[in-house]
Structure formats: C-alpha cells, structure tokens
Design a protein around this ligand. Structure first.
Ligand code: GLU
Length: 484
C-alpha cells in the first residue's frame, strides 16, 4: 500500500485470452505495457482472461508464455510466476466477480434479466429492421421473477445487467488521443447465466484488485472504456489512466486478423525465421518513433525514451518489407556461432550447422529471414543436381566449351590438397586463363553444374561446402550430360 501523497507505483498489464495461437497484437500490447512500466520502475502483470468458455483452447496459455518469453519479455506477476494478487486466471476468481455483481444489484446499478437468447435475437433483428439503435430494451427491468415469467422469451437462469443511465455519455482523457467521448453504452451483461463474468466486469474488478495504474490496450476497446468507467464510479474505485494503441492494419487498412494475414499469428514469425529482436524492433516501429527518428533500436533504447506523446494514434500498416529489412540487419549483427545456431532449425533435412560453416559469411550477408535457407541450400542437401539447357544457354558456355572447362576444373581441383578456399580460387583463375574462354560464363557454367541454378554463394565457398569429391563428381556429371 502506498502512503497518502506518494504516487502509486506504475503497474501495467496485458490480459490475453487463451483462444488459440497467440495473436501478434498480444506481443504488441505487451511491448508497450512493458516499456512504460520499465521506464517508470513499475511492474508488469500477465493475467489470463479465460472467462469465455466457448472460445477456450487447451494449451494456448503456455503458447502465450512461450512466445512472449521468446521475445525476451518477462512479467512481475502472472499465473506462472505468482504474485500478491493471485490467482491471475480469471476462471479462478469467480466468487469475487459474483460478490461485486451482487453489490451492484443491491445498490440499484444492475438488474436481473431472464430474456432467452431467442428473444434477444428477435429484439435485435427488429431494431435493425426499424433502423433503431441496437441494445437491450429493458424488458426485465423493474420486474420480479414472477412478473417476468408471465411474458414470452423467459429462461430460468438470469444474467445480471448494468443499468446504464440514459445520459451516460462519459468522456475521458486518453494518454495517446486526448479527450474521447465514446458512444452511450447499453445495458451490458456483467454476469452470465453460467456464473462467469463478462469481460467488462472482470476487467474492472481485476484491474482494481491488482492495482493497475495504466491500461494500455488496442483502440478497439475505446467504446468499452465508457462501461468500465461507469463501473468504477458506482463501485467508488479510482479508475486507471487509459492509453488506446493504434490497431495494426493490413496494407488495405483492414484490421490484422488470423483469417486474412498469417502474420497475425505470433508463431508465424518463429516459423519464418525472424529473430525476436527484429520483431520487437518492428512492433515498436508500428506506432512508436524515437526522438532522433532512427528506425533501428533496442527494447532498452525504446524504454529509455518512452513517452506516450511519441505514439502515433493512426493505425500503422504492417509492412513485411520493413520487417525483412530489419531482420536482415539483425542477422548480420550475429557472430558466426550465433548465426549457425539460429540457422540450425531452418536447414534442409540432412544438413547440420557444421555442414554450412564455410558458407556462413555469404549466407549471413544475403539472408533476410532464416526460412529462405531451405531454398538457398537445397543443392547442398541434394544427391545430385541437373543443369537446365535454358540456364546454360542464358548464363553459361556453349556445350563443347562448357564440357572442356568443367572437365579441366574437375581434373585440377581434385589434385588440390588441402581443398581450401584460397587454393580453389587460384586454381579456378588459372584454369580459365589457360582455356582462353569467357571468365564469367565459365564460372557460371561451373555454378550451374554444382548448384543447378544461376544463384548461389561464391563459387569457392560453394566448393568448400561440397568438398573435393562431390565437387569433382558434379562437374564431371554435368559435363557428361551436355549434348552437342
Ligand atoms: N482480453 C482482452 C484482449 O484480448 C483484453 C483487453 C484489455 O486489455 O482490456 O485483448
């Protein structure tokens, strides 16, 4: 407890729902909540919002922990680390919500509603047909159970609804957007027939119980904030400050959803081979700008400069080209060992990091995301490769010359001991000079023979990776396969 006059320590939180693969928005919210809390020496809480039992997916809570940890995020309180406000899963806090809902009933701020879902659907359809605002029509308000039971569309188990005054236009000062007045809320359900709270009740009860001082969440929750502020007022609790982050958007400016964009799934970034530090930098850039305008910065640097005035309220477009550029940058900052370790899971089947060690420099230079390695290195994992005549015609030498140079390369290279980069380069240069053939086309011919395509790491590195025997075998095999 803080002493009067001392400002409460900053405490932020995220409250993801365990409804499947974690959404990229969860990492985005975590990043900004964490940066703000750390900037002020405060705490960051992870709470699991599992009150919607119909959308619950087994195992998704662990996926949230794992992906957030992968990003380097940690939390001071949460279901897995405990804390003074435990439990941190809403399904374990049910008695608290019921108690608060009953208090609101007793104080006249809420009422019981026995309307069946069929009746509510009919009501909504009628309102839409008549172009009226949709919202609960208060059929149950002021009625006893017996009175209501006489009327159609009655169910046995009631829900509890907020009684929202007709003039409840509530304004608040958003830390990113300034003054906002969301639309008038309707009589929102706060406790469902199954005894679980709705989001609106649970979020207010928990943010209060956990001493959350700043709620930083997506802009889609702005209209809910009006309901939350009503509840705070009725319960006599101090409301937190609010900051509504811009929504991440697709290039067509629609909201990023798992249905439309694979990048909505946090795991997609792992699968594609993005580094966590690149994703953190990218998410930070989606809405945050550094005082000096630079685009490459770390979480710590963002935290140091953090200020809501630097958050742009306009929905940032999810620009994968920018992410690829950032990831390429972060890959190039890795030393050889770190790059090989990161590359390991993305190598074609049968290859180990050791097998590509000789290629680490060109790979690191050219790779934007690690999933590209499968295609970049398919030739190394393959038993054999074939030379397409069209490729040879376009990039290489005519068949008789190609055969000559491939055989000369093979003969000279297999005599090399040791089979190392410098000796290989010297041998290639000497053989081409002696042959009098076009240098670029000669090397291209060898490249096609070794990798089967016109793009590869430098020829000498490619040969070291293949080893003397496979290099000579591929050169000879290609020579033998040429017509004419
Ligand atoms: N469960 C909500 C979500 O998934 C939390 C919203 C909030 O932060 O209040 O985003």
């Amino acid at each position: 407890m803080s002493t009067p006059g001392t400002p409460a320590p900053v405490r932020t939180r995220i409250a993801p729902s365990p409804t499947g693969d974690p959404h990229v928005g969860t990492a985005y919210a975590a990043l900004f909540n964490l940066a703000f809390a750390r900037k002020h020496g405060g705490e960051f809480i992870l709470r699991i919002e599992d009150t919607d039992r119909t959308r619950y997916v087994e195992g998704s809570e662990e996926q949230v922990f794992d992906t957030l940890r992968w990003l380097g995020f940690s939390w001071d309180q949460g279901p897995d680390v405990g804390g003074p406000a435990a439990p941190y899963r809403q399904s374990e806090r049910l008695p608290t919500y019921r108690e608060v809902a009953e208090r609101l009933l007793a104080d006249g701020h809420a009422y019981l509603c026995w309307c069946s879902s069929e009746r509510l659907t009919q009501m909504r359809t009628r309102q839409q047909q008549l172009k009226m605002p949709t919202g609960y029509d208060r059929m149950c308000y002021g009625k006893t159970r017996e009175e209501r039971a006489e009327l159609p569309g009655f169910t046995e188990t009631p829900v509890i609804r907020m009684l929202v005054p007709d003039d409840a236009r509530i304004s608040f000062d958003d830390l990113i957007r300034g003054s906002i007045t969301p639309p008038q809320p309707d009589d929102q359900v706060i406790l469902k027939a199954d005894g679980f709270p709705t989001y609106h009740l649970a979020v207010v009860v928990d943010d209060n119980a956990m001493g959350v001082t700043h709620v930083i969440r997506g802009e889609e929750w702005i209209s809910s904030t009006a309901k939350h502020l009503l509840l705070y007022g009725w319960l006599g609790w101090t409301a937190p400050a609010y900051a509504h982050m811009p929504l991440l958007r697709n290039v067509d400016r629609s909201k990023i959803s798992k249905r439309k964009n694979p990048a909505a799934r946090l795991k997609w970034f792992q699968e594609e081979g993005y580094l966590p530090q690149a994703l953190v930098n990218f998410l930070a850039l989606m809405g945050y700008s550094m005082p000096d305008g630079r685009e490459i910065f770390t979480f710590e640097e963002m935290t140091e400069s953090f200020d809501f005035a630097r958050v742009n309220p306009v929905g940032p477009v999810f620009d994968i080209d920018k992410l690829n550029w950032l990831n390429g940058h972060y890959l190039r900052t890795l030393d050889d060992e770190a790059f090989l370790a990161a590359a390991g899971p993305f190598l074609p089947a049968g290859l180990s990091p050791q097998d590509v060690r000789s290629l680490v420099v060109p790979l690191r230079e050219r790779t934007k995301k690690l999933s590209e390695l499968a295609e970049q290195l398919d030739w190394l994992a393959a038993e054999t490769v074939t030379v397409a005549p069209a490729d040879l015609a376009k990039h290489g030498l005519p068949a008789p010359d190609a055969r000559t140079v491939l055989e000369a390369f093979a003969k000279n290279l297999e005599q090399l001991d040791p089979f190392e980069k410098d000796q290989i380069t010297a041998t290639l240069d000497r053989v081409v000079a002696e042959s009098g053939l076009n240098r670029r086309r000669s090397f291209m011919t060898a490249r096609l023979a070794l990798v089967g395509k016109p793009v590869s790491p430098p020829l000498d590195d490619t040969m070291v990776a293949l080893g003397a025997q496979r290099t000579a075998a591929r050169l000879r095999q290609a020579a033998a396969s040429l017509d004419g």
